[in-house]
Structure formats: structure tokens, C-alpha cells
Design a protein around this ligand. Structure first.
Ligand SMILES: [Zn+2]
Length: 676
């Protein structure tokens, strides 16, 4: 027994960070897994007939101890890790996946789940219970539980091969990225680059024992060079190297792997009774079918293309004007866009930062949440934290009832991974009649204050804070019975709605004047600056939209069809890109062979969801704008039908209850100024 295997006897049952020792984790996991196994055995060995309560509900409430220990451990591994924790993670991860495989492959357990599922129509279930039953049943059936033994074996063989191929795909890209180096010895070749980027290139060369400046395909090196370097030939060289990863017909080539992955996914889907891999994936998405995704992408394409073409022509004319460039190429895109943007907006972060002192922005987010949802945030110093930088709050509603515990961890340090994210230490659920409130956290990497200067955020950091805070509200306001349906446990293409919609409050005068005040003078941010921020935020939105659509369409071209007839990766890709094309094709480049999102990560048949989420948030915010951005009625509908519902119902149904209609792509195009 370790401290982690007990109920935490603190006021809010919060994690006892300061009392946990690293050596507690492994034994705690082992005990918790044993306990979770016993809970599953109890369900399986129940002599009573399977019911919703003794099987489905019992399954969802099982493993609570294991979930809490996992969330504490893996959250620390992201936000405050060290060698020891990473070693434990390597040991624990396979044990955990073995445990979850044991559940999905447990045939006796599936028999009971199926018995309940098959009698669904006779049971008087609530909508939430029906959703839970469906979800539990599918967690087995989508892994082959209904298949005869020989097909089950086939499925497992496919899964094994797929995971090896995905691994190999990623290894090849990594090796290709690391292999390429562009060493520059003439300082003139770096003309245009900001000092910081030059410095970094110099240091990189030094670290490898070389003289000069080293440019690589890693984003922090590649992006500044493509954006600022005046030397067009070098940009071309770098761009072509970047675009040909996995496409050299050598031992790091990914063309065969791409074909194999697409075909195995198709075969797997067919085994399970689906038309294509996309049909399989989209069954558990708001978009539901490939037909709907394709229609969505095509509708956006039709409407955004004229604007994109106009932007492209203007950019080409601009390049002609300043550098006498006749035909704009891919390696010119970031460079001339940046130049044109500077010319049009002359907006730099240093001008904006004084209006966004971190404390003011936090208070701004809290004020927005208060005006919309009646939430109160009170800083408390009585609960344990994992690092002294972490801020802790008690969140209550307008009646003073506890809504959530909220952790906020803003500054970078070694042991914290990059980026920003929302997570939780304890889910919300209603167990034994008690509504257990969640413990929610956001983690960011913002500039730390110094002795003489407070933390002043860039505008991008401001929207990041609101974004993560939007996810946090989804977690905090959760009000469901079952933990696996609570808060942000929603379909993938719905989860970014609360976060993205909240970013909109960063662009409105009515909300900015509540918190965007100069940290020295107290002056409210000038509206002329706000207008510039807005205009620059949608700069080249048409071309950006086409780019995103091209990736979404490429993804669907591999996964929404029968791929068995495809033999040439490049030819297939050129065809898929046809409708979205602006720049001339580069013969020696291939996107698919390095498209890690869909061939290595989990985005297959899911790339459309970036645009989908934008449409949702633009459409939802348009409703707020119509009625007033702090309108209580709209806010309350958003809380009741979206934020508090988690995954208890199909997201389209929830969205329509909030909005009164399905989301309209026009809302996004209007916000971006692409249509009137
Ligand atoms: Zn997000």
C-alpha cells in the first residue's frame, strides 16, 4: 500500500503531490491494476443475469483508483518530469496497455456486454445510458469481438503489422530530417534572417564542430529560413529537401509503406464490415460519414477558392514588383507573405505585449467566465501542488457551490514539455448519488517575469491561454453521471469547440477593455491596434484555407476509398491535390511519404477536423455576436447543451439544441472576410 492507493484525506480530495515519492508509483500501479482486475472479475463472475447496472455501469465505474494514479503520474511526466519518472513511464506503459487489451479481449466480459446491448430496446435507458452502452459495446466490436476465431487472428496480425509500419514510417522521417544539413559559410547567404535565427544557426554549427551557420529541417531552423532568407536559391534547396522526405527511392523511402498502410487499413475495415477505413473512423465522429466530410471539404473549397486565387495573384504581383519574380513557387510563399504582411500591418509583438500582463489576462479569462457562466475563481493556498509556480483556485458557481478545483501552471522549466495543454487530475462523475467535482489543470510555457519586468504575453500567448481555458471550462462545468462520458470525453471533431470559441473573446473591444490595459499606465489597448490584430489574424485566410483543405482531401483520398488499385503514390497525390492547387507542382517532392499526421499519428480520416472545428467555433460565436457577446441566454444554452454534457449524446444533436440549426460553413468564411 502506498500513499497513492488511499483516498486522499484532504479537504477537496486533491492529489498529495508533496507526499508522493517516485518509488511509490510502480507499486501503486501494480496494486491498482490488481484491484481493477478484481473489479472486472466481479462483473464477469456475477451469477445474476447481465443488466445495465451490474455490467455496463459497473464497468464504467471500475478502475477509478488506477485512473487517478495514471492521471497524476502521466500529468507529472508531461509537466514536471525527470529521468526517474521517464524510466517508470517506460516500465508502466506496456503494463497498462496489456491491461486494457485484456479487457477488450475478455470474451466472457463481452458476452455480458453483448447480452445487455442486444436487449437494448427492452431496457428503459436514459440518453446518457444509451450512449454509454453503445460506447462500451463498440469498444469490443470495433476490435473484432464479434468475429470468428480465424478472422480475429487476421485482425490481430493486421494490427501488429500496422503498428510496425507506422513506427518505421516515423523512423524514416526522423532519419531524413536528421540527415539533411545546409552549412553556410558566407554570411551574405543569411541576409534577411532575424538576429536570433542567425545566432541559433551559428550555435548549431559550433555544437557540431563546424565553422559557419547550419540550417536544418527542424522547424525552429527551417521556418525562419523559409520566412526571412533573401536568397531564393537556398530557399528552393531547403524547401525541396523538406518536401522530399521519404521520397528518394532509398532505404528510407516511405512509398511502399504508404501503400501498405492504406491497404491494411482498408482490409481491416472490410473485415469488420465497413466499406472503407474512413467509414470505420467516422462512425465515432460528429461528421459521421465520408460523404459528409467530402461534401464539407468541397463546399468550403468552392467558397474559399475565389478569395484564395485573388490573394495568390496579389502576392505574385507583389513579388514581381519588389523582386521581379515571374512565377511564384512554393519556396516563395512564406517569404513574400511575411513581407506583404509587414507592409500592410506593421504589427509587432513588442507593441502589443505591454497590454497583456499575464495576471491581467488571467483575470480577463476569469471575468469572461464570470460574465458568461457566473463562475467565481478564488486563489487558495491550502492544497498541495507539484511545483511552486503552480497557481491553485477554488471555482464556485453563483450560489457558492463548488464547481471545480483548478490548477494553472504557466512558466517553462526543464522537465516540462513544450506547448500548452489542458488536463485533469480527477474526472467529474455522479457516484452513489454524490456529484464529485473535477480537478482541472492547464499547463503553458509563457515568458517568465524578471525582477524588473512582469510576464508580458504575446498576442499568440493570449489566445493560447483563452484556448486552454476554454478546454478547462469544458472540464469544470461537466455534469454527467458516467466518468467516461464526462467533460472533454467527446468525439474528436467536437473537442476543440469550447477552446476555439473562447479565443473569440480576445478580439472583441467589449471584452478586451476588461483586461487589456497597459501594465505601466493602465491605458486600455487602443482600438486601432485591435483592428490591426483582427485584420492580420485573417491575412491570407483564403490560401491558408486551401492548404488545409488540400491536406484534408489527401487524407480522404487515401482512406475514403478502396486503395487496392493505387500503385503510384506521387501520381495519386497529384490527382488528389488537383482542385486545391495554387503553386506549381514540384516533381521531386511528395507530401504523403512524410504525412506523419495520417500515416504515423492518429489523424487518418481526421485531418478535416481542423477546419470542422473552426466552422463550429465561428458558427457558435456568430450566435453570441448576434445576441451580444456576454448575452446570458446564449451563454446559458452553451453551458447546458455543450459544456456540461460531455459525450452523453451525439454532438450534432447537442449542437443543434444550442444553436437551433446545424453549423454553417459560411460563418467561418464571413468571419475571415472571404465572403460578405
Ligand atoms: Zn485545443
Amino acid at each position: 500500500m502506498t500513499i497513492l492507493n488511499k483516498t486522499f484525506d484532504t479537504q477537496y480530495n486533491t492529489a498529495p503531490f508533496s507526499k508522493i515519492k517516485n518509488e511509490d508509483f510502480l507499486p501503486a500501479f501494480k496494486i491498482a491494476i490488481e484491484n481493477a482486475k478484481n473489479e472486472i472479475d466481479t462483473i464477469v463472475n456475477n451469477t445474476e443475469l447481465p443488466t445495465f447496472k451490474n455490467t455496463i455501469e459497473a464497468l464504467d465505474f471500475s478502475g477509478e483508483e488506477l485512473d487517478r494514479i495514471s492521471s497524476i503520474f502521466f500529468n507529472l511526466n508531461s509537466a514536471e518530469t525527470n529521468d526517474e519518472i521517464q524510466k517508470i513511464a517506460q516500465k508502466v506503459s506496456p503494463i497498462l496497455s496489456e491491461f486494457s487489451n485484456d479487457i477488450t479481449l475478455n470474451e466472457d466480459l463481452f458476452k455480458r456486454v453483448k447480452a445487455v446491448y442486444d436487449s437494448k430496446s427492452d431496457l428503459e435507458l436514459t440518453t446518457e445510458q444509451e450512449t454509454l452502452l453503445d460506447k462500451k459495446y463498440k469498444s469490443f466490436s470495433r476490435n473484432g469481438a464479434n468475429l470468428p476465431e480465424d478472422k480475429k487472428e487476421k485482425l490481430r496480425a493486421i494490427d501488429k503489422e500496422l503498428s510496425q509500419l507506422k513506427l518505421k514510417f516515423g523512423e524514416h522521417i526522423l532519419a531524413e530530417t536528421n540527415k539533411f544539413e545546409m552549412l553556410l559559410t558566407d554570411e551574405n547567404d543569411l541576409s534577411g534572417l532575424p538576429e536570433g535565427a542567425k545566432e541559433a544557426a551559428k550555435q548549431l554549427a559550433e555544437s557540431k564542430g563546424k565553422d559557419g551557420w547550419l540550417i536544418t529541417l527542424d522547424y525552429p531552423s527551417y521556418i525562419p529560413f523559409m520566412t526571412y532568407a533573401d536568397n531564393r536559391e537556398l530557399r528552393e534547396k531547403l524547401s525541396k529537401a523538406f518536401g522530399s522526405k521519404g521520397f528518394h527511392n532509398d532505404d528510407l523511402d516511405n512509398q511502399d509503406i504508404v501503400l501498405k498502410i492504406a491497404n491494411l487499413r482498408f482490409e481491416r475495415a472490410q473485415l469488420l464490415g465497413y466499406n472503407t477505413h474512413a467509414h470505420f473512423v467516422l462512425e465515432e465522429r460528429m461528421a459521421e460519414t465520408p460523404e459528409k466530410v467530402n461534401a464539407f471539404l468541397n463546399e468550403l473549397l468552392d467558397k474559399a477558392k475565389p478569395a484564395a486565387q485573388e490573394e495568390f495573384e496579389k502576392l505574385e504581383a507583389f513579388a514581381k514588383e519588389i523582386d521581379n519574380i515571374d512565377r511564384l513557387q512554393k519556396w516563395d510563399s512564406a517569404y513574400y507573405s511575411e513581407k506583404l504582411k509587414q507592409k500592410l500591418f506593421d504589427l509587432d509583438d513588442e507593441k502589443l505585449k505591454p497590454y497583456f500582463k499575464l495576471e491581467n489576462v488571467i483575470n480577463g479569462a476569469f471575468t469572461v467566465a464570470n460574465k458568461l457562466f457566473g463562475l467565481q475563481f478564488e486563489e487558495i493556498n491550502t492544497i498541495d501542488k507539484y511545483h511552486e509556480d503552480v497557481l491553485t483556485y477554488k471555482v464556485t458557481d453563483s450560489e457558492g457551490e463548488l464547481v471545480s478545483i483548478f490548477y494553472a501552471d504557466f512558466f517553462p522549466r526543464s522537465g516540462k514539455r513544450n506547448g500548452a495543454w489542458m488536463t485533469s487530475y480527477k474526472p467529474q462523475m455522479i457516484k452513489n448519488g454524490v456529484n464529485e467535482r473535477p480537478h482541472v489543470s492547464i499547463v503553458c510555457n509563457f515568458t517568465k517575469p524578471t525582477k524588473s519586468k512582469p510576464s508580458l504575453l504575446t498576442f499568440n500567448e493570449v489566445t493560447t491561454l483563452f484556448h486552454e481555458f476554454g478546454h478547462a471550462l469544458h472540464g469544470m462545468l461537466a455534469n454527467t453521471t458516467y466518468p467516461s462520458l464526462s467533460g472533454t470525453s467527446v468525439y474528436w471533431d467536437f473537442v476543440e469547440l469550447p477552446s476555439q470559441v473562447l479565443e473569440n473573446w480576445c478580439y472583441e473591444e467589449e471584452s478586451l477593455k476588461l483586461f487589456a490595459t497597459h501594465y505601466e499606465t493602465g491605458e486600455v489597448i487602443p482600438m486601432e491596434l485591435v483592428e490591426k490584430i483582427k485584420a492580420s489574424a485573417t491575412f491570407h485566410e483564403g490560401m491558408q484555407t486551401l492548404r488545409q483543405l488540400s491536406f484534408g482531401m489527401l487524407d480522404m483520398s487515401w482512406h475514403g476509398i478502396d486503395p487496392t488499385a493505387i500503385t503510384n503514390v506521387k501520381a495519386h497525390e497529384v490527382e488528389a491535390f488537383g482542385a486545391t492547387k495554387l503553386y506549381p507542382d514540384v516533381e521531386e517532392n511528395c507530401m504523403s511519404t512524410a504525412f506523419a499526421h495520417i500515416f504515423q499519428g492518429g489523424y487518418s480520416s481526421g485531418y478535416y477536423s481542423y477546419k470542422w472545428a473552426e466552422v463550429l467555433d465561428a458558427d457558435a460565436f456568430e450566435y453570441f455576436k448576434q445576441e451580444g457577446i456576454f448575452n446570458k441566454t446564449v451563454a446559458n444554452k452553451f453551458k447546458i447543451f455543450v459544456l456540461s454534457q460531455g459525450g452523453t449524446e451525439n454532438p450534432m444533436t447537442l449542437y443543434k439544441k444550442f444553436r437551433g440549426q446545424e453549423p454553417q460553413p459560411e460563418a467561418l468564411l464571413r468571419r475571415a472576410g472571404l465572403i460578405k
